[in-house]
Design a protein around this ligand. Structure first.
Ligand code: 9MR
Length: 542
C-alpha cells in the first residue's frame, strides 16, 4: 500500500550520486531501516546510528547510512511505520538544478519583457524602465544636485522587492563570475534558453553582463562615486513590475558601494578579455580605478538611511573587509604593489561570505590566481577555516557545518559549501567535496524543516515565497530555481503571530508563507553561491 510521508525521515529529495555518501536522518527512534524501490522491493537494509539531540533544532535524530547502495534507481526509505519522500540514486543528478538556479537571474531581470519562448508560463511585461531616476537629496555632492534625472536601466531585482542595490549586487555578480571562471568548461556547455543563448558567450557570462552593465550606470562619471542603491521611497505592494510606477531614486554615494563596485569591476575586467570583450573590460578597469580613487577620498561614507526612504539599507559600519576585497582585486588586475600594501593593512581571517562580510572573496581571488604562491600564509588560514567547517560537520547531529542561524541561513550553508569546494581545488582532497555534498543534501531536504529549499525542486519545496512577482503573476508555481532565505529567529513579527506558528528553535524556524520575509524571501546573493555549489558538484560528477 502507498504510505504518506510524515516528514520524520529527512532526505535529499532530489537524490544522491551513486559513488557518494548517502545519509538520511530519522526522527523515529528506529533500530533499522530499509530502502525500497517504487514497487516496494527492499534493496537495502541497515542499522541506524545513535539518537542525538541538536540544541539548534530541539529534536533528536539518528543517521541512516545507505552509502553502499550504488544501483541507480528511484527509491524511498522506510523505518517502522514511516516512509520518506521519493529520491533518486544516479551518476549525475544536479544538471537541471544548476540550470534553474542560474536561470533565476533571467527571471529577475528588470526593465525587459520576458518572452514566453524563454520564460514559459512565467512570461511577463517589462516594468521599471529606470530611464528617469532622480538623484535623492542625500546624494547631493556638487556634480549632480538633488533632482538630477539619470538613467540606470536594466540589471536584476535584488530579491522579493524591486530594488537594485550595489552592495548586494557586488557579491552576487562576483560569485557568478567566479563560477564562470572556475567551472569554465561546465558553463560553456550549459544552455539556459535565454535570449542570448547561442551567441558566442557562455550563458552565465551573458546573464552576469546584464547586471554588470547596470552597475556601470550607478557610477557618477563626474567623480567616480557609486550610488548605494536605486529604489522607491517605500516598498511597493505585491503587484507585477508593469503595474507599478512609483518614482525611483538613487540614494547616497557610499564607500561600501564604491569598494564593492571596484572589486567586482576589477574582477570582470580581468576575465572578460578571455571572451574577447576588450573594450568593455577596459571600461570596467577604468571604472574600478575611479571608484577606488573616490573611496580613498571618501573613506568613511557609511550608508545612513534617509528619513523618507524605507527600503533595504544594506548598511555596514565595518569596511575593512570591503577595502581588502577591492585592494586584492585591484592588485590582481594591475599588479601594482600599492594595492598589495593596502590589502595587507586590512586582511582578516577567512570565513563564510555574506553581503556584509566580503573579505574571503578577496582571499579566494588571490588563491585561485597565478599569484597564489605569494600568499601561502593566507592559504593556510583559508584551509584552516575549511577544516574548521569539516570539524563542525563531524560534531553536528544533522551532519552539516552551519551552527548559527542568521537571516539568509541557507546562503551561509551554500557559502560554506563554496569554501569547501575552493579548498578541494587548492588541495585535491576529496573530503572537501564529500562535505560540500552534505551542504547540498541539507538544502534539498535533509534539514530540520523537511523542506527542499529551492523552488521547483523536491517533493516539498516552497510554494509561497516572499517575492512580489511569483505572488502577483497568477501562476500557481513560483518561478523555479530560487533558494529561499531559510530558518532563523531574527524577526518573529513578519507574519501575524496568531495565524502563523514559528518554531522558537532557529534551525526549525521557517514557514512557507508569503508574509515571512525573514525566512521565505529569495535574493540574488543567496542564489549565487547555490549556482556555484551545484555547478561545481555537477561538474565533478561528469
Ligand atoms: O539579506 C539581508 C539581511 O542580511 C538583513 O538582516 C536584512 C535586514 O536588514 O536585509 C536583508 O536584505 C534584504 C534587503 O534589505 C532588501 N531586499 C531584500 C533583502 C532580503 O531580505
Amino acid at each position: 500500500e502507498v504510505q504518506t510521508p510524515s516528514g520524520n525521515i529527512l532526505i535529499n529529495q532530489v537524490g544522491y550520486i551513486t559513488t557518494s555518501a548517502k545519509l538520511a536522518l530519522l526522527r523515529t527512534g528506529s533500530d533499522d531501516f530499509q530502502v525500497k524501490t517504487k514497487e516496494g522491493k527492499v534493496v537495502f537494509e541497515g542499522e541506524t546510528g545513535p539518537l542525538e539531540y541538536w540544541e539548534l533544532s530541539g529534536d533528536t535524530v539518528q543517521v541512516a547510512d545507505f552509502s553502499d547502495l550504488t544501483t541507480p534507481g528511484d527509491y524511498f526509505l522506510c523505518a517502522g511505520e514511516e516512509v520518506s519522500y521519493p529520491f533518486k540514486i544516479a551518476g549525475r543528478l544536479y544538471g537541471e538544478l544548476a540550470d534553474a538556479a542560474l536561470k533565476s537571474y533571467y527571471f529577475a531581470r528588470c526593465g525587459v519583457d520576458l518572452e514566453k519562448a524563454y520564460a514559459g508560463k512565467w512570461h511577463r511585461k517589462a516594468g521599471h524602465p529606470d530611464t528617469t531616476v532622480l538623484v535623492h537629496v542625500s546624494a547631493v555632492d556638487g556634480y549632480r544636485p538633488k533632482g538630477t534625472v539619470i538613467s540606470s536601466a536594466g540589471g536584476w531585482y535584488d530579491a522579493g522587492d524591486f530594488g537594485k542595490y550595489i552592495v548586494n549586487s557586488g557579491i552576487s555578480t562576483y560569485t557568478l563570475l567566479l563560477s564562470s571562471e572556475l567551472n569554465k568548461a561546465y558553463h560553456q556547455s550549459q544552455n539556459l534558453n535565454i535570449p542570448e543563448s547561442g551567441n558566442e558567450l557562455p550563458d552565465i557570462v551573458d546573464e552576469t553582463l546584464v547586471n554588470l552593465k547596470w552597475m556601470l550606470s550607478m557610477q557618477d562619471p563626474n567623480d567616480g562615486g557609486v550610488y548605494h542603491k536605486l529604489t522607491t521611497k517605500n516598498f511597493v505592494g505585491f503587484v507585477m513590475p508593469s503595474e507599478t510606477n512609483d518614482q525611483r531614486y538613487v540614494v547616497h554615494k557610499t564607500t561600501a558601494a564604491a569598494l564593492d563596485f571596484a572589486a567586482t569591476m576589477a574582477f570582470a575586467a580581468r576575465i572578460l578579455p578571455e571572451y574577447s570583450l576588450i573594450e568593455l573590460a577596459d571600461e570596467m578597469a577604468a571604472s574600478a580605478q575611479n571608484a577606488w580613487q573616490w573611496a580613498l577620498r571618501h573613506p568613511d561614507e557609511v550608508y545612513e538611511q534617509p528619513e523618507d526612504i524605507k527600503t533595504g539599507a544594506y548598511g555596514d559600519n565595518n569596511l575593512s573587509d570591503e577595502w581588502f576585497w577591492a585592494a586584492a582585486e585591484m592588485y590582481l588586475l594591475t599588479k601594482d604593489a600599492q594595492y598589495l600594501e593596502k590589502s595587507k593593512e586590512s586582511y582578516q581571517q577567512p570565513g563564510t561570505s555574506t553581503w556584509r562580510q566580503v573579505n574571503t572573496l578577496g582571499v579566494i581571488s588571490l588563491l585561485t590566481s597565478e599569484k597564489r604562491a605569494e600568499f601561502s600564509g593566507m592559504e593556510q588560514d583559508f584551509l584552516a577555516y575549511a577544516d574548521l567547517l569539516l570539524s563542525k560537520e563531524e560534531e553536528s547531529p544533522y551532519v552539516v557545518s552551519i551552527d548559527r542561524f542568521a537571516w539568509g541561513s541557507n546562503s551561509d550553508v551554500v557559502n560554506d559549501g563554496l569554501v569547501k569546494l575552493i579548498a578541494f581545488r587548492l588541495t585535491g582532497d576529496e573530503k572537501y567535496v564529500a562535505s560540500a555534498r552534505n551542504d547540498l543534501d541539507y538544502i534539498l531536504g535533509r534539514n530540520a524543516t523537511g523542506y527542499s529549499f529551492v523552488t521547483g525542486f523536491g517533493s516539498k519545496s516552497p510554494m509561497h515565497p516572499h517575492q512580489r512577482i511569483s505572488s502577483a503573476d497568477g501562476v500557481e508555481d513560483p518561478m523555479p530555481g530560487y533558494l529561499v532565505g531559510g530558518p532563523n529567529t531574527n524577526v518573529f513579527t513578519d507574519c501575524d503571530q496568531d495565524k502563523v506558528q514559528r518554531s522558537q528553535f532557529p534551525a526549525r524556524s521557517y514557514v512557507d508563507e508569503e508574509c515571512s520575509y525573514s525566512t521565505n524571501e529569495t535574493a540574488i546573493n543567496w542564489n549565487a553561491p547555490l549556482v556555484f555549489l551545484v555547478s561545481s558538484l555537477d561538474a565533478v560528477d561528469r
